[in-house]
Ligand binder design. Sequence first.
Ligand SMILES: Cc1cc2nc3c(=O)[nH]c(=O)nc-3n(C[C@H](O)[C@H](O)[C@H](O)COP(=O)(O)O)c2cc1C
Length: 207
Amino acid sequence: MSREFVGFDPQELEIRQAHALLNACVAPRPIALTSTVSLSGCANLAPFSYFMAGGGSPLSIAISPGLNRHGEPKDTLRNLVETGEFVVNLVTPDMLDPMNRTSTELPYGESEWELSGLTPAPSVYVAPARVLESPISLECRLFHLLPHGDGPGSANYVIGEVVYIHAAADTLVDGRPDSSRLQYLGRLDGEWYTVVDERNRVRKARP
Ligand SMILES: Cc1cc2nc3c(=O)[nH]c(=O)nc-3n(C[C@H](O)[C@H](O)[C@H](O)COP(=O)(O)O)c2cc1C
């Protein structure tokens, strides 16, 4: 098989181009609809698809709220650093529109909750609310913050320890959330998303 390959040197790309390139290279990505509260008590809600699970003992996840185009921290990052608490809510396909509205850049201290139409529900161990419409919510405490770079678009790896999980009872099989009962929304590149549900799963036993 002969296939032609094109090379990209990130150093030669504008930040926007580099970002778009990475989003096409690493996909589909789950979306962490992240709820935080500032020290003064202002609630904030925003989506982050730079999101991964890291380990099971302790339960560990990471998100990356990058610095904005002015090189400043996003509200989620500010709140996280102030309080050390956040809640990651799973985004299902029917939540696409409300989730998208939460990505509106509002001035610091203004909440995206009303804009989204989503419903806040109390968390157990942390102050930020969970999203009632999400079938799964992860209450997290900040374990470590690792910036990579210091200008616009640079990464901030927020590693969180999951201290409590909420799962809708109708998603459980044998007491655990199961992909046969869940629909997942994945972020691709540009304005594209993908849907994973029971019909397009693929099964493969490990060797
Ligand atoms: C689906 C989706 C995924 C996003 N993922 C990220 C991400 O991983 N990192 C990031 O910095 N911004 C991401 N954004 C943009 C932020 O959500 C946006 O900058 C938001 O205004 C940040 O809100 P905040 O300032 O209230 O924290 C994403 C937007 C959308 C719609």
